[in-house]
Write a protein that binds this ligand. Structure first.
Ligand SMILES: [Fe+2]
Ligand SMILES: [Fe+2]
Length: 500
């Protein structure tokens, strides 16, 4: 197990699967070239001030040679920057989707910066009292870095701040104060968007960014140009910070819809039982719904114990077994009082039905656009663990070599994030304790410890950032909540025997 302890947006970003380092490099290079070509076209269309004479004797051929050279330079910068970080920092191994998202944001920022600067320069009343250079302090980079931190993670938001600052400083004719302001304000915005479970928190992150932006703008204006535009620089810096919350709130739903991300705000919206999937779960499979709510409570407690994301744990747990919809009777939590349908089925058929709930859950998550974080957890919540309940029944088949033990494993993948691992543990612990009759707290504790040990020894936690200390803390938190739930079940007094 890794010893990593960082908690960014709360969920670690797993490395890309199935891509060799060489394959990743070529893919990153191809994406960089594509993105850089778009940048080059935009710079050529709007950035004539950047290339006033288009480099002497090559001037006449700038549209061709200049654009190609600029494309190569930007591509080199992006591949080196994100390639190096991806090799050295586990959480910056970006998927193609992330890279496209970041490039789209950088392009949008460039558009926004040009629009702000050009539009304000058109207002004559404003132009008289305000030096045009201070318009650069309105470039809305803090809003964008906040979005990156909330939707991806803090490591990526730092890298994006630097790359986007360099690229969008071109909109302000590449001035040093603008570049330094962008670096500082982008970092300040990202730093204040740590946990954003609702819109109010996002607006407050912007409000807290405003004084930093105002101070930075005023100081840079004074140090590079003297006292003339300091007041306006401060005002524009403050406005930039204040607007970063609303702008981020406007950009996020579009990014979530277009790229399949799920912010904590979106997760909170998904946690209401008004969502069609949760309503169906409640009406058609009440046993699974109850199991999911309990797993959510346990996982939330586990996440709080180790500084993982409690919102993600609770909401993903609500949806982790949606694949059971339509097959309620095959799962033990829905069989209360009824005969076990698996008694009349072959172990192979039972296995197929049970295993299918993961794949079906992933399909439904995609259909209902639950977002990448919930979908990944649904896919990983059983890892490659064994179907213990059917293994004994299948022993004769395994002995006769008609089946193998490996056939009774879930297909995986194993949990890649701490949140997925916590849900795996909570899920298994809830099922095990549910099968006990009125367990004492010590019995609950022993059962949970047994489950945690089994999951660990089976290698299910090999691919996530959970330390042994984390594992112990999660197990203890789950066992405390489960013991309280089990202990809280008191007999309801029979009618006429003291009921109030
Ligand atoms: Fe499940
Ligand atoms: Fe479950």
């Amino acid at each position: 197990m890794s010893g990593s302890k960082s908690a960014t947006r709360g969920s670690s970003r797993p490395p890309e699967n199935g891509a060799s380092p060489r394959g990743r490099y070529w893919r990153l290079l191809a994406l960089s070239l594509g993105s850089a070509a778009v940048f080059a076209v935009l710079f050529y269309l709007w950035g004539r001030e950047l290339f006033p004479r288009a480099a002497g004797r090559w001037g006449a051929t700038f549209p061709f040679v200049g654009a190609v050279a600029l494309t190569l330079a930007v591509a080199l910068f992006l591949s080196e920057w994100f390639g190096f970080a991806g090799r050295e920092v586990r959480k910056v191994r970006l998927a193609a989707r992330d890279f496209l998202f970041l490039c789209s944001l950088a392009l949008l920022l460039f558009f926004a910066a040009k629009a702000v600067i050009d539009l304000l320069a058109e207002i004559p009343a404003l132009g008289r009292g305000v030096p045009t250079r201070v318009y650069a302090y309105l470039i809305p980079l803090p809003a964008f870095t906040m979005v990156v931190r909330v939707l991806i993670n803090s490591e990526t938001s730092i890298l994006f701040t630097v790359a986007a600052s360099v690229l969008s400083a071109a909109a302000a004719a590449g001035s040093w104060p603008a570049l330094l302001f962008l670096l500082l304000s982008g970092t300040a915005g990202a730093a204040r968007a740590r946990r954003v479970p609702d819109r109010y928190r996002m607006l407050m992150a912007g409000v807290q960014t405003a004084p930093v932006c105002a101070l930075a703008a005023a100081a840079l204006e004074f140090s590079f140009h003297g006292g003339g535009g300091v007041l306006w620089a401060g005002i524009f810096g403050a406005v930039n910070g204040l607007l970063s919350g609303p702008i981020a709130l406007a950009v996020m739903p579009v990014a979530e819809s277009a790229f399949g991300y799920a912010s904590d705000i979106r997760l909170m919206e998904l946690s209401g039982t008004g969502h069609p999937l949760l309503s169906r779960l409640m009406m058609e499979t009440p046993g699974t719904f109850h199991h999911s709510v309990v797993v959510g409570t346990l996982a939330e407690a586990g996440a709080l114990a180790i500084g993982a994301n409690p919102v993600l744990c609770r909401v993903a747990a609500l949806y982790h077994d949606i694949g059971k919809l339509g097959k309620a009777q095959y799962f033990s939590e829905n069989q209360a009082g009824a005969a076990n349908v698996h008694d009349a089925m072959s172990p192979g058929l039972s296995r197929a039905v049970i295993l299918s709930h993961v794949k079906e859950g992933v399909r439904m998550a995609g259909e209902f656009r639950l977002g990448d974080r919930i979908t990944e957890i649904i896919a990983q919540h059983h890892g490659t663990s064994l179907l213990y309940c059917f293994l004994d029944k299948a022993r004769p088949m395994i002995r006769d070599r008609k089946a193998s033990e490996e056939m009774f494993r879930y297909p995986g993948p194993k949990p890649k994030t701490r949140e997925a691992a916590i849900i795996m543990l909570a899920d298994a612990a809830e099922a095990a304790v549910r099968s006990l009759d009125r367990p004492a707290p010590q019995e609950v504790d022993e059962t949970v410890t047994g489950i945690v040990n089994r999951v660990y020894l089976d290698g299910q936690l090999n691919e996530c950032d959970l330390t042994l200390r984390d594992l112990h803390a999660v197990g203890r938190a789950i066992s405390q909540v489960l013991a309280a739930v089990a202990h809280g079940r008191v007999d309801y007094p029979e009618a006429g025997k003291g009921a109030v």
